[in-house]
Ligand binder design. Structure first.
Ligand code: SF4
Length: 412
């Protein structure tokens, strides 16, 4: 989508909402690398397959310029605070060379800086990392890796349209450990066509036998306009029924818990102290920067999205445009989060966490009690056994966890 400065201006002036502005500094940054070797059948993320070296190089230049510009802005506003979490996601960030990734990280260091204990995550697809590259990335400051495995069965990986093998993943974990990464996540999927409960168990058990600290488990979602959607329209029986899919989900939770991990978010489990601090920023409704094509940001009470048009992004942040005084057309205002929206978001995002929404934190943030704002919804859901509510706050019950979407809809 191409956006002009005029359109963005019009949209802003039509929205009279006043943003809710808690006194929180911006401590997190997301960096989007929108390239992959090929496009997976189920993917609707902003990712462009099989990029040329020239487009990768142009993108890194543009991205560094966007980061530098934000660094200059916040220095002028005297709002510079070292970041606590940085997340390179995609796409496949490791499609860039280690040197390119380090250049982007250096731009962030110069623009914001970070604390010695900050979490700096790099998403990686198996088959796109090398021992030397990982060692260089670890030395440069990356300290958490997130591998996209999805399943240990080659036929399931192929069905998803992914290009790696289980052996690539195993080699990636070995290389990551040898490079000094002590915080590793693995993404897996369930609810896949043809995937059995035994497949899911095998994947989880094999992954948990490896030195990893965090596991993310996502149910396959059929997104619009993907090859997967076309496939299941022709053969809907490919997908497991809801009972089978829920049984797979419950089994994953049993296995991760038995392995000593804490199931701390609907789709995430971690060893103690190894929860993803960057994603906790989202679930707690805190502010974050977003850099790169299609990246979202939440700053000063406003959600924004960068253009998803790679050409527009490259032109806008291109070298020849270095003197452009106003690049606001590269970012669209999505929503102003006022006080009421911020309360709803705290429920919608916070209930994803198994610890739920803290009554004290809600009061501290809004000066009003949880039950004063959401009393009817909480009563309805507790009567159905889907939510538990006490002095500590409100959280999903085990039954509520299975029906989380229904519960969350109450707070929309
Ligand atoms: S690797 Fe991830 S981002 Fe890339 S095409 Fe596959 S699902 Fe999409």
């Amino acid at each position: 989508m191409t956006q002009t400065p005029g359109k963005a201006e019009t949209r802003r002036s039509l929205v009279p909402t006043k943003p809710f502005l808690p006194d929180d500094p911006i401590l997190a940054a997301y960096v989007h690398i929108p390239f992959c070797r090929s496009k997976c059948h189920y993917c609707d993320f902003c990712s462009f397959p099989d990029p040329t070296e020239a487009s990768l190089s142009a993108y890194v230049d543009a991205l560094c310029r966007e980061i530098n510009q934000m660094g200059e802005n916040i220095s002028e506003q005297k709002s510079k605070v070292p970041l606590r979490t940085i997340f390179f996601g995609g796409g496949t960030p490791t499609i860039l060379s280690p040197g390119q990734l380090i250049r982007i990280l250096d731009a962030i260091r110069n623009a914001f800086g970070w604390e010695p204990e900050s979490e700096i995550t790099l998403e990686a697809n198996p088959g796109t990392v090398t021992a030397e590259g990982l060692a260089a990335l670890r030395l440069a400051g990356f300290n958490r890796l997130s591998f996209g495995l999805q399943a240990m069965q080659p036929h399931l990986i192929r069905w998803l349209g992914r290009t790696h093998t289980p052996d690539d993943f195993l080699a990636g974990i070995d290389m990551a450990r040898a490079a000094g990464f002590t915080s590793i996540n693995t993404d897996i999927m369930f609810g896949l066509p043809g995937q059995t409960l035994a497949d899911v168990e095998q994947t989880v058990c094999q992954v948990l036998a490896l030195p990893i600290e965090h596991l993310s488990f996502y149910s396959l979602i059929v997104e619009e306009n993907t090859p997967l959607q076309a496939m299941v329209e022709i053969s809907p029986q490919l997908l497991p029924d809801e009972d089978s899919e829920r049984a797979q989900y419950r089994r994953i939770i049993e296995l991760v818990t038995a392995a000593g991990m804490t199931h701390y978010e609907i789709s995430n489990a971690a060893l103690p102290g190894q929860e993803c601090r960057h994603n906790l920023v989202y679930w707690h409704g805190n502010f974050y920067y977003g850099f790169g094509v299609s990246a979202h940001a939440f700053t000063q009470g406003v959600r924004r999205a960068n253009t998803a048009d790679l050409t527009v992004y490259l032109q806008g942040w291109g070298r020849s445009q270095a003197g452009l005084p106003d690049r606001s057309f590269l970012s669209t205002e999505l929503e102003i989060i006022d006080r009421k929206s911020a309360m709803k978001e705290m429920m919608l995002l916070g209930l994803r966490l198994l610890s739920g929404v803290s009554a004290q934190r809600f009061y501290h943030r809004f000066g009003v009690g949880l039950e004063d704002v959401f009393g009817p919804q909480i009563v309805r859901m507790t009567r159905r056994g889907l939510l538990a509510f006490d002095r500590e706050g409100v959280r999903l019950t085990p039954i509520g966890l299975d029906l989380a979407n229904q519960v969350l809809m109450e707070f929309v």
